[in-house]
Design a protein around this ligand. Sequence first.
Ligand SMILES: [Zn+2]
Ligand SMILES: [Zn+2]
Length: 258
Amino acid sequence: MKKAFTLIELLVVIAIIAVLMAILMPALRRAKEQAMNVQCRSNLRNYGLALRMYLDDNELIFPVSLEWLYADGGNGCRWHDASKNLDTHPELGGSLWPYLANKDIHVCPTFLRVAKAMSCRLTVHDGSIPVEPQYGYTMNSYLHGDAWYRVPQEFHGQIKKTANESSVKNPSRVFSFGEENTWSIAGISGVGINDNNLRSTPNGNTDCFATFHGASGNLNNGVSNAVFVDGHVEKVTPYPRPNTYILSWPAGKAPLKW
Ligand SMILES: [Zn+2]
Ligand SMILES: [Zn+2]
């Protein structure tokens, strides 16, 4: 006579499977996050190459950080507005877009997940626009000197006006493109990603690197990826507090005042 499984045997098997799942799931999650991190770093490497080509074609003058992605600036909800997608509306594209078009590199897979979960934290956010991340990387506003014009006069002495690549004396310590947080971090950032540039100021509320990679539970305890002016990609964080600013600023030193 063929012996069937007893209920007890079945329950034991199910319990063993449950234990195995509990052991394997964190490892699988980690592997998935690692794969997404690799994709993000590869995206940024492509941004670095695009910038290299742009600089070589434009006498080493950086693109204006407010107009590298959208020709008329990249304000408000455009980063997640599918109706402003540049693949379907290339006429809206900014100065760097021709070097980036036709490349599937504009959204970090980790950012895609976080941005949808966090929604858009802009005070001016138009709720009728669904959060569909289109572009997730922002440009260092200190390149081309865009930030220089916008930070208080008292800091102009310690911040260089940087239009030309040759004025960046430490290209391996100044980032060109990075990931910006979509939310506020108490004591550091007042607003999340609201345009396509990252301007970390030496005082008050500031833009800062995102911290969602490898974050467990608290999104503020992870790290970020950035590509530097020399083209290498590196793991960065906004901490200690002036770090985003130090990596934005061609002098590469801590600000005088924090
Ligand atoms: Zn929005
Ligand atoms: Zn990323």
